[in-house]
Ligand binder design. Sequence first.
Ligand code: SF4
Length: 351
Amino acid sequence: MEIEKKKNIKDLSLDELKDIVTGEFFEPSFRVDQVFGWIYRQKVSSFLEMKNLPRHFIDQLNDHFLLTQIKPIQTLSSQDGSVKFLFELSDGHLVESVLIRNGNRNTVCLSSQVGCHWHCLFCASGQDGFKRNLSTGEIIDQILSIMKVTNEYVHNVVFMGMGEPFDNYDQVMKSIQMMNTDEGLNIGARKITISTCGIIPGIQKLSNHPFQVELSVSLHSADDEIRSQLMPVNKKYPLKELIHACKKYVEKKRRQITFEYLMLKGINDSVEQANKLSHLISDFDAKVNLIIYNPIQNKTDLLPSEERAVSIFQAILKRNRIPVTIRYSKGQDIQAACGQLRSNYQNKLKV
Ligand code: SF4
């Protein structure tokens, strides 16, 4: 079989690989458990390293599948312990992931696409436009590579890197299945968060899906006019319809939803905005994360809110009985906001 026709074995679920191995290679299904053990626990990057497999089976795997591992071409370590990784994919495209260390818990922030369709004003990933979706294997490989490079375990996963996860719904859900399964990475579904800019069909699909993952929605304003300026997605999925879909999601899943709210000086941080937000989300189970903005290059008109404005905003939400936390961006010193490292790396190459 030609190299280019070979499938990336990490794109296949356990059941899909079992169908091939038992139905076409006539091998017992426990061989697939062994293969998964080598890939997901030992993190090998060659079939030849799978020491307990018979030679003829290794040859069959080699003939039919690719087993590669993405490697970081750049890593930046922050003073706060987080590490940003820039990965080069097999076609030369670049994606970013971040390892965030919090006490003895590690969270990995994953990318789901190369670039993004949505052009949010505050985001470096959307500035270059959309290039392509990541495959299941490319999503999962970000975690495997980080585990291998750091020799550390990953406890939580957030889809908050490059791309809109609901625009790559099938691959994202399949990658979650591989993270979640015992034979894969064995990460609990509740430790996995999908963060969307507000793609209503995605929220609806997830509400009908059995996975009990966490959902967070980037809101950033309770006012359609301001939100449309910050996030063009609001023109397609305006606030009234978005909040309705979120309420339905909470009712159906019986799970709290988190709204992300980037605090931007003089844009969305007023008392009036805090009251509007409280009113918008007061009648269902939701909490708010206020995020201190990490400015990106070429966007000097967007500035982080002042501490006092953030405190007042938080107090208003609390007074209105909305659960609220303040999240300080990790990795300020390493361009850890979405898409910044990739964008800066590409700009340097252009010079
Ligand atoms: S914030 Fe998310 S949805 Fe918006 S442009 Fe960036 S990656 Fe895309």
